[in-house]
Structure formats: structure tokens, C-alpha cells
Design a protein around this ligand. Structure first.
Ligand code: RNT
Ligand code: ZN
Length: 420
């Protein structure tokens, strides 16, 4: 609720930022245009509805057993609605292929747009966009750790067919919803121990992807993206789809290159890659995530890297060619809260970046005044950014500060705990 206190604090903060040359009203307008693609898979621990009892594989892992996991598409949508109601702005939902909503018994090489019709109807009702992902894991045909790069032609063909069909679904989403559906390809393929042949699987992957992408799709409806990874659980020594592989693939085939914040060496950050990639790539898809030791998928917090990602996108004017998605899964905490925390933080990091007098700071840098650059960027950290964020939440009709948690707690009591 927009109270007098919130408004008063906003007006005071607005003045402080105006003194720096930053127009906070303009910033909030710009912020409202940014869509975050919230990932459906935080809601049910990456199980999906095609074969929910199938073990999660592919070198990713969800730990925890917090009560209330969504078990049906309706439950997942109910949880998503709760989460979106606590997040300012209009956003997107990122679906994985295994989240079919149909009574038909189908496999991944049989998916069609009609199996996702209910999601589209729901997205329309809720004013949401949709993104998509072929699911190349948690399936008997990925059991030996290889999918599109498998040496077994039959296995490869199964995944090629799945990939082709995923693009039809993505195109359908984009056409129905009037905004491009980003279709992201991530495969887990790799070896636990040192391989002899690193090249052949990569060549097979390249050729398989070329088959998947052979048909041209209208970019107004769907855009393909390819996601790299350094290693996965059980694929520690070698991952076929490495960063160099997909950099090369994406740049030569005009695909979006996906950067997942958790898919690099521990001290390597994606914020420092954006400006380079942006010079050459068709576009970028982000998987905003948080790596912690072996895990690449902790809930996103307001850490230095998140803020640096926000700054790089804003300072370099990259929001137009960057699609921002989230990718984390934690089953030790309330799953709706996980979504809200990660998504609010991502938006908040962008807001923080937009509140910077970037042009002035660029000039200071060009003048070679590095003392001033450091002094000002440090002083900026104490500016009343929270007052702008509170006002934005209140104006957008979502709870201010930790008020949202009360709603999640109530929802847990009334809905989630009754599921077990
Ligand atoms: C895995 C990738 C991938 C998945 C999702 C479920 O390491 O990050 O994006 O997390 O597709
Ligand atoms: Zn990812």
C-alpha cells in the first residue's frame, strides 16, 4: 500500500538523486519495462508432470524436503500466481518441456503445442509471456550421460526429434502471446573422468544441433538459445557443451548465447563477459543463479555479482538484447519464497544500477580521475535506494519490504501444508 510515509521518503530520495542528475520517475518507468523470466522448476524441484517419479538426473541436484511441493499443473500455477502477486512488474514464465499439461501419455519426442494449451490460456489471463526449454535429462534415453552428442544414433535421433518439437511449441507460445519465446537448449552430456576423445562428441553435438535448427523460425515468435556449462555432478572431467563450444556455435549460427552465472570456474563471473559477448552475439540469455562450491543453483541474493550483472546491463545499454531468466532450485525453504526472494533481488539489482549517474562516472573515468571514480562509487552505496524500491513496490501494488513474507507464511499455512 502506498502510505504517506513511503511517499514522503520517496520524494526526499528523489531530490537526492536529482542532485546527481538521476531522474527517479524516469528510472521507475524504465524498470517497469524489464521482464524477468521466472523459472517454473523452483516450484516442484525440477520434476515436471511427464514422469514425476523419474529421478532427477543430468548432473543437477535438488536437496531438501520442505513441505508443499506442487504436484500438478494447477498447484504449480496457484503457487506461481502467489509469487507473481508479490513481485512488482509484469513478467514471463519459463517452462521446461516436462511440464506438459495433458491427460495424454506422451514422451518427449511426441510433444506438441496442444499439450501446453492450458499454460498459454493461463499466461494470457495473467498477462505473462512464456519461455521454453527442451528437457534433455531425467529420461531413460539420457541414462548413460549423453543425449544430443551420444555416439548411439538412435539416442541422438530421439533428442533431435525432441529439440525440433520444442521449437514448434516455442513458436506457438510466441505467436499466441505476441512476444518472442526464448527456447533454451541445455544438455548435460559429459564424462566423469578424463576422456580420450574430446572432439568427436563435440562434432556430433554440432551436427545434431544443426539438424534441430534446420527449419527457420520467425524471430518475432521464437529465438533459440544455447547454454554452456563447465561441469556437472558425475560429469566433472569433461562437458561436451562447454563455453567455447557454444560461443562458437551461437556466433556462427546466430543463436542467443546463454550465460548461467553458476556455470563457470569459481572465481569467473558472467558480468565481465557481457560487454564482450554483446559486441558479437545476436543476443544473450541470462540464467541468473548463484554458485556455491559444487552447486550452481542457489537462490539469488543481493551479492556483488548480482549487482555487477545489473550494472553491466544498464551501463552498456544491453537490456534491449538481453533476456533475463532465473535458474535456481532449493527445496529446503518455502518454494514460493524462493521465487520471490530471487526475482525481487534481480529487479532490485537493476533498479540500483539505473539509479547511478553513469554518464558522469564515465566522464570521470575518461578524465583519468580514478580517485573520484572510487570515492563516488563508494558513496553511492549509501544513497537512499531503499526508499525508491519501497515506493516502486507500493505503486505496483505489491507488499513493501518483508510484508510479502507474511503473505507467503499465510499461504503456506492455508495451502502448502495441506498438500502432504
Ligand atoms: C543446468 C542448467 C539448466 C537447468 C535447467 C533446469 O545446469 O543450468 O539451465 O538448470 O534447465
Ligand atoms: Zn541454467
Amino acid at each position: 500500500m502506498l502510505t504517506e510515509t513511503i511517499e514522503k521518503k520517496y520524494l526526499a530520495a528523489k531530490e537526492e538523486y536529482a542532485a546527481l542528475g538521476v531522474d527517479t520517475d524516469e528510472v521507475l518507468k524504465k524498470l517497469a519495462d524489464v521482464k524477468i523470466s521466472m523459472h517454473c522448476w523452483q516450484g516442484d524441484d525440477v520434476r515436471g508432470f511427464m514422469a514425476p517419479d523419474q529421478e532427477l538426473t543430468g548432473g543437477i541436484s535438488v536437496t531438501g524436503d520442505y513441505p508443499g511441493r506442487a504436484r500438478t499443473p494447477d498447484e504449480l500455477r496457484q503457487d506461481l500466481e502467489k509469487a507473481y502477486s508479490l513481485i512488482p512488474g509484469k513478467h514471463k514464465l519459463n517452462l521446461h518441456a516436462i511440464y506438459v499439461d495433458t491427460d495424454e501419455k506422451i514422451d518427449l519426442d511426441e510433444i506438441e503445442p496442444k499439450h501446453y494449451e492450458k499454460w498459454v490460456a493461463w499466461a494470457k489471463e495473467n498477462g505473462l509471456g512464456l519461455d521454453f526449454n527442451p528437457t534433455c535429462f531425467s529420461h531413460p534415453n539420457s541414462a548413460d550421460g549423453f543425449t544430443l552428442s551420444s555416439a548411439d544414433k538412435k539416442i541422438r535421433e530421439f533428442w533431435i526429434e525432441h529439440g525440433k518439437r520444442s521449437r514448434k511449441v516455442a513458436e506457438y507460445f510466441g505467436r499466441e502471446l505476441g512476444e518472442p519465446c526464448v527456447n533454451n537448449f541445455w544438455i548435460p552430456d559429459g564424462y566423469k573422468d578424463n576422456p580420450i576423445d574430446r572432439l568427436a562428441p563435440r562434432r556430433r553435438l554440432m551436427e545434431a544441433l544443426d539438424e534441430v535448427f534446420a527449419e527457420e523460425m520467425d524471430p518475432r515468435y521464437t529465438l533459440d538459445a544455447v547454454e554452456s556449462k563447465l561441469f556437472g555432478l558425475g560429469a566433472e572431467a569433461y562437458t561436451v557443451g562447454s563455453h567455447e563450444f557454444y560461443m562458437g556455435y551461437g556466433l556462427t549460427r546466430n543463436k542467443l548465447v546463454t550465460l548461467d552465472a553458476g556455470h563457470f570456474h569459481p572465481t569467473e563471473v558472467i558480468s565481465n563477459k557481457l560487454s564482450s559477448l554483446a559486441l558479437f552475439s545476436e543476443g544473450i540469455l541470462l540464467h541468473v543463479s548463484r554458485p556455491v562450491r559444487w552447486d550452481s543453483d542457489h537462490v539469488v541474493i543481493m551479492d556483488d555479482e548480482l549487482q555487477e550483472i545489473g550494472r553491466e546491463l544498464v551501463r552498456n545499454d544491453l537490456l534491449g538484447k538481453t533476456y533475463i531468466g532465473l535458474d535456481f532450485f532449493d527445496a529446503t525453504i518455502n518454494r514460493v519464497a524462493a521465487w520471490v526472494i530471487g526475482t525481487r533481488n534481480t529487479i532490485k539489482a537493476l533498479l540500483k544500477a539505473m539509479l547511478e549517474p553513469t554518464e558522469y562516472l564515465k566522464k570521470v573515468e575518461l578524465d583519468g580521475d580514478f580517485t573520484k571514480r572510487l570515492a563516488l562509487t563508494e558513496e553511492l552505496k549509501d544513497f537512499p535506494f531503499g526508499a525508491i524500491w519501497d515506493y516502486y513496490c507500493a505503486k505496483s501494488g505489491v507488499p513493501v519490504r518483508a510484508e510479502w513474507l507474511k503473505e507467503v507464511e499465510q499461504y503456506e499455512k492455508e495451502v502448502l501444508t495441506k498438500r502432504n
